[in-house]
Design a binder for this molecule. Structure first.
Ligand code: ADP
Ligand code: ZN
Length: 602
């Protein structure tokens, strides 16, 4: 069997993703490798196909016990004999798996790192014919990374006890330091690294300003019925609040954070994987390697702490290759919160982390193609503007905003730098309320000079002034706005201010909704196929995407295959799935076409 045949027969795909073919050949030649690919880049195929072609059993080390069953279910659904060994198995279940392996019936065996550390495991492995080792989430081996797992340190025994078995380490996050650590610990030659492009063109990138976040989220969600997604928040409290507000609006939402009991967390995760819950509000603890390919959107409720985390988190959307949306809410206050969290760290650590934070902030404030910024951060040269970020879709329009800035700054000066943004806007717009009158703010010269500008637009401009450092904010004085050297220059007309025209929220939401390519729409046939997939998944007790991915359903919707041959031409329909589900889906498509024809002729 060639690797091409295996890709078609077992996975139903026609062509390899970038680097997959090279990595497979490399493994088949018996060589070790370190594979760095973005989430959704198709890492699994890189070791699963060699495992299928080679004699014996491949051993996959994966830190995510909760995922193992789904991964094994996914392989089984494609007709690949696979099993797992971890602490979640009962004694007799383990014994059965071990027997199957010894008989040579298993092509891929997933093992947790804890289990690998147990004394008996190495002895058991020595009795097997092992084709290769795959170390998933390999960055867990490095204490420089954020997911360090001490159990991973023991992995070097694999190289000592099985020196001739090829080992493939795979990860989606590894800077140079971590990569070096992996290579050293697993004794992989430096020239055996495969680094794929980090570009994920199917992910749209949008940054919204952080005002009225919940309102914005609700509007975003109203266009995404039943589409699974994650809202990342900075604090546990926020995850709970946001989830409960969404529940109040009738959404199937839940929260997830490190403060919950383990079983409660796995319940939530499981419900999400199985599409029982549409929305998870989570701290970053959620989603490490979560293997759900149909996540259609990611929202960052606040600014992430660095670009690496941000990219990893948005990378969880659209792993099936179908379009997915990502939205980041940004306000200056988030930057401040992050700085607060850093202030007790040692000096050098603090400097490093604030430098990273600063890159993140500049990304959020950018007015050039956002994907360019991300890719150049990962040392890639983008070939052009992406056309799928908010800046590309709606290039910001700048205008001379010096007078607007002067009005605001002068009001701050005349009120003794004591007022916050709300009061400032009220003064500028000439609102007569008690607070204003009591403080005599309606007597100052700038009262009402900004009536022609809407409240929300003033807020937007003041945020821009803050973000550009033209005015400061004292969080410890009730968010009072303070003048600085630049403010005074602007007031003296020694400096010009460029402002960006605020785009109506409506318009911005439209640009996110309107994707140039195929969107996962609530199209009639698509919904029918999705419901069918749900039923079959429940019957077989597997997550929906194990039956077929969103991308595969979309292709069926597009191509409307009429027979088995055409069905096998749909990406994601392999031989095994054709046997298991092909007929049922063909029948559903036929029924739909028939009903549509009847409806049209009426
Ligand atoms: P990663 O582990 O790198 O995040 P996966 O291995 O889970 O990525 O693959 C992501 C998705 O892409 C899965 O749904 C997988 O079946 C699919 N996939 C992998 N390789 C291909 C390919 N060559 N063509 C089409 N889809 C692929
Ligand atoms: Zn762009």
């Amino acid at each position: 069997m060639t690797k091409q045949d295996a890709l078609k027969k077992y996975f139903g795909y026609e062509t390899f993703y970038p680097l997959q073919a090279e990595i497979i050949d490399h493994a088949l030649a018996g060589k070790h490798a370190l594979v760095l690919m973005p989430t959704g880049g198709g890492k699994s195929v890189c070791f699963q196909i060699p495992a299928l072609i080679m004699d014996g059993t491949a051993i996959v080390i994966s830190p995510l016990i909760a995922l193992m069953k789904d991964q094994v279910d996914g392989l089984t659904a494609n007709g690949i004999p696979a099993a797992f060994l971890n602490s979640a198995l009962a004694e007799e279940e383990s014994a059965a798996v071990i027997r199957q392996c010894l008989k040579g019936d298993i092509k891929l065996l997933y093992i947790s790192p804890e289990r690998l550390g147990a004394a008996s495991t190495i002895g058991f492995l020595q009795k097997l014919r092992i084709s290769l080792f795959a170390v998933d989430e390999a960055h867990c081996i490095s204490s420089w990374g954020h997911d360090f797992r001490p159990d991973y340190l023991k992995l070097h025994v694999l190289r000592e006890k099985f020196p001739t078995v090829p080992l493939i380490a795979l990860t989606a996050t590894a800077d140079r330091v971590i990569r070096k650590d992996i290579l050293r610990q697993l004794d992989i030659p430096e020239e055996h690294q495969f680094i794929a492009s980090f570009d994920r063109p199917n992910l749209s990138l949008t940054v919204y300003s952080g005002q009225k976040r919940l309102e914005q989220i609700l509007r975003f969600l109203s266009k995404r019925k039943n589409q699974p997604g994650i809202i990342y928040c900075l604090s546990r409290k926020t995850t709970e609040n946001v989830a409960s507000r969404l529940q109040d609006r009738g959404y199937r939402a839940a929260y997830y954070h490190a403060g919950m009991a383990n079983d409660e967390r796995s319940k939530v995760q499981d419900a999400f994987i199985r599409d029982k819950i549409q929305i998870i509000c989570a701290t970053i603890a959620f989603g490490l390697g979560i293997d759900k390919s149909n996540i259609r959107w990611i929202i960052h409720y606040s600014l992430p702490k660095n670009i690496e985390s941000y990219y990893q988190e948005i990378g969880r959307a659209g792993r099936d290759g179908a379009p997915a949306d990502t939205v980041l809410f940004y306000s200056y206050a988030d930057v401040k919160t992050h700085h607060e969290m850093l202030k007790d760290l040692p000096q050098d650590r603090q400097e490093l982390l604030s430098a990273k934070l600063d890159r993140m902030k500049r990304y959020a404030e950018a007015d050039i193609c956002r994907r360019r910024i991300l890719l150049s951060y990962f040392n890639e040269q983008p070939s052009g503007d992406c056309g799928n970020c908010d800046v590309c879709k709606n290039p910001p329009k700048k205008f001379n905003g010096t007078i607007i800035a002067q009005k605001a700054l002068s009001a701050i000066a005349r009120t003794g730098e004591k007022i916050n943004m709300t009061t400032l806007i009220q003064i500028l717009r000439g609102s007569h309320n008690m607070f204003i009158r009591e403080n005599g703010y309606d007597q100052i010269k700038t009262f009402g000079v900004g009536r022609d500008i809407k409240y929300s637009e003033w807020a937007e401009y003041i945020f821009q002034l803050l973000n550009s450092g033209f005015v400061d904010i004292a969080y410890d004085e009730g968010y009072a706005l303070k003048l600085n050297d630049l403010s005074r220059k602007i007031l003296k007309a020694e400096m010009e201010v460029l402002l960006t025209e605020p785009m109506a929220l409506e318009k911005k939401l439209e640009t996110v909704a309107a994707l140039p390519k195929k969107q996962v729409v609530a199209d009639g046939l698509f919904e029918k196929l999705r419901a069918l997939r749900r039923t079959l998944a429940d019957e077989n007790n597997v997550p929906a995407y194990v039956v077929f991915s969103d991308r595969t359903l979309l292709e069926m919707t597009d191509m409307c295959p009429r027979d088995e041959i055409e069905m096998l031409g749909v990406s994601g329909v392999g031989e095994h799935k054709m046997k298991q589900y092909g007929k049922i889906f063909l029948a559903e498509i036929r029924r739909y076409i028939h009903e549509e024809a009847k409806r049209v002729s009426k």
